[in-house]
Ligand binder design. Structure first.
Ligand SMILES: [Zn+2]
Length: 95
């Protein structure tokens, strides 16, 4: 049984679709910043190897995460951040 993974985090793509990830919001932002950092250091080699490394380090089932990332268009590390829209970070109405 998996604990701490009750609901998952819903991400949205630019085309307006939403996908449920098998990780929570904090894990997703951790994944994004890790992948970002690795791409900055090593570049993207058109695989999801950095995401996979992250998943293993965080004991996240890679086959599930891999499938979710691909379904939202993240076929390599740099596409994960490109294809998802950060939630709740719209400019606040300034009144
Ligand atoms: Zn890439």
């Amino acid at each position: 049984m998996e604990s701490n993974q009750s609901s998952g985090y819903i991400v949205h793509t630019w085309s307006g679709r939403s996908y449920r990830l098998p990780i929570d919001r904090d894990q997703f932002s951790s994944l994004l910043s890790y992948v970002d950092e690795m791409i900055a250091l090593h570049g993207c080699d058109n695989t999801l190897q950095h995401a996979e490394t992250w998943a293993r380090a965080h004991k996240v089932a890679w086959f599930k995460l891999n499938r979710s990332l691909r379904s939202l268009g993240g076929f390599c590390d740099c596409e994960i951040g490109l294809n998802t829209v950060a939630d709740g970070e719209e400019e606040p109405e300034d009144w």
